[in-house]
Design a protein around this ligand. Structure first.
Ligand code: FAD
Length: 434
């Protein structure tokens, strides 16, 4: 391809679409390349969409975006094999004019997002895999090579939005491959049910939605979580754990998913459903300490490819959109000054990202991923079992004096973890959380 572009964006997921849209809106000549048949065809997400980050890109997105339900409720479940202890937050405040969070189906949503990128003036080529970065004799990135005939194309800057695997970046030695203890493997199914059944089972009316995040013995002592999201006519359900833990334990993702679905708290929610989709995908979960070099000579990296994912709050797509938008704004500023896309000039992207919630949030939880990994047996097995027993002891009325019940519960905790262990766990958790 002879034509030269201001920027090439690799990938048309949340990050790539945000970057390509912003660059095109600022009048840059943009080429976006996506290996899938269409934007979204390869993408997997729960999925919760965070409106604030999309609103900054497309203020009137609610008019035509394919949204499922707006969230009025969030449930957190700590599970053992037969029970769950829940923390539920539901508020009518979320039935607002401009709802804050929605469930979406990524294949439909990404297609819509991509149409906005095209409308803004970017050239979007699907079914085009970028095979490697084109570099000059000094190692500067000058474009990409694709699997198309005559497929080398040049630009001032390449935006890597290729998702968690980030093969292009690793092949070109721009960063190391993500470590198995820094990525989770998640599997997900879509369970179809009549709309009224979903609304009755999840206590919803109209377009109200709810999500359930679940942790505990469902991950068999591995670092991981399950999720259940109510869409209009289907329920997305899945579970993910660190790849390093799967390697160590020999557990399988589909084995975990089957157990999760059979759990007595989960099975009634999906009973009688028809499963139409099954997918698997990696999630970057290493947090702040796993973030690679974010920019260099002629390139920047955004979204999952840059490991920008907040596993504690289950946020990924919003960090992807925000890093994409910020990278594009930084590129636009460099371009406006007629400066070259050097490493020094592109460091502006990192400065702007550092000032945003993306890096601030990841920095806040920087010790959490390692703590969760090292202590996974305690946090995902021992404590959920203890808490479940304690709750049952608390609510069961059987003539045992309450003071004896409290003593039994306390003894069970001390027996399982010792006083030192309990204080140590609380201290380490509080330190990692602050
Ligand atoms: P992706 O969405 O993965 O997009 C990368 C794109 O690049 C893809 O379209 C891919 O086909 C393309 N590509 C890759 N290599 C090439 C190549 N060589 N050439 C051309 N194209 C290429 N986040 C949330 O905010 N809320 C949630 O509820 C949530 N739930 C999740 C549930 C699951 C099961 C998973 C796996 C993730 C979830 N996430 C969630 C995380 C979220 O999906 C990601 O953070 C987000 O998709 C990252 O966007 P991205 O654009 O960086 O990567």
């Amino acid at each position: 391809i002879e034509e030269r572009f201001d920027a090439i964006v690799v990938g048309a997921g949340m990050a790539g679409n945000a970057a390509a849209l912003t660059l095109a809106q600022r009048g840059l000549k943009v080429l976006q390349l996506e290996r899938g048949e269409y934007s979204g065809s390869k993408n997997v997400q729960g999925a919760i969409l965070y409106a604030d980050m999309l609103e900054k890109l497309i203020p009137d997105f609610r008019e035509d975006a394919p949204l499922e339900r707006h969230l009025v409720e969030q449930r957190f479940w700590m599970m053992d094999d037969r029970a769950h202890v829940g923390l539920h937050y539901r508020s009518d405040d979320f039935n607002e004019e401009r709802p804050n969070r929605y469930t979406i189906i990524r294949a439909q949503f990404d297609k819509w997002f991509s149409s906005k990128v095209r409308e803004a003036g970017a050239t979007v080529l699907c079914e085009t895999t970028v095979t490697e970065l084109a570099q000059d004799a000094y190692g500067r990135v000058i474009g990409v090579r694709t699997d198309r005939h005559d497929g080398e194309v040049h630009a001032d800057v390449v935006v890597l939005a290729e998702g968690v695997n980030g093969l292009l970046g690793t092949r070109a030695d721009l960063r190391a491959r993500p470590r198995p203890d820094n990525v989770a493997l998640a599997v997900k199914e879509m369970h179809f049910l009549p709309r009224e059944t979903i609304e009755a089972r999840f206590n919803l009316k109209g377009d109200e939605g709810t999500v359930i995040e679940a942790a505990g013995t469902i991950s068999r002592g591995m670092t991981g979580m399950g999720f259940i999201y109510a869409n209009k006519e289907c329920v997305s359900l899945g579970i993910g754990c660190l790849v390093a833990d799967f390697e160590k334990t020999g557990e399988t993702p589909y084995g975990l998913l089957e157990r999760f679905k059979r759990h007595p708290s989960v099975a009634p929610l999906i009973e009688g459903s028809e499963v139409k989709e099954y997918s698997a995908h990696l999630i970057p979960e290493g947090g702040y300490n796993a973030i690679p070099q974010l920019y260099g000579e002629g390139w920047v990296v955004i979204g999952d490819a840059a490991q920008l994912n907040n596993a504690i709050h289950r946020e990924g797509s919003n960090l992807a959109m925000t890093s994409g938008r910020i990278a594009a704004e930084a590129i636009f500023q460099v371009k406006s000054r007629r400066d070259p896309m050097t490493k020094e000039n592109l460091s502006l992207y990192k400065k702007m990202l550092d000032d945003s919630f993306v890096i601030k949030d990841l920095k806040k939880y920087k010790d959490m991923p390692q703590l969760m990994h090292i202590q996974s047996q305690n946090f995902f097995l021992t404590y959920p079992q203890l808490v479940s027993k304690a709750m049952q002891n608390f609510v069961r009325v059987d003539g045992t004096p309450k003071i004896d019940k409290e003593k039994t519960t306390l003894r069970s905790f001390v027996k399982a973890r010792s006083w030192m262990g309990l204080f140590g766990d609380a201290y380490r958790f509080a330190r990692a959380w602050r």
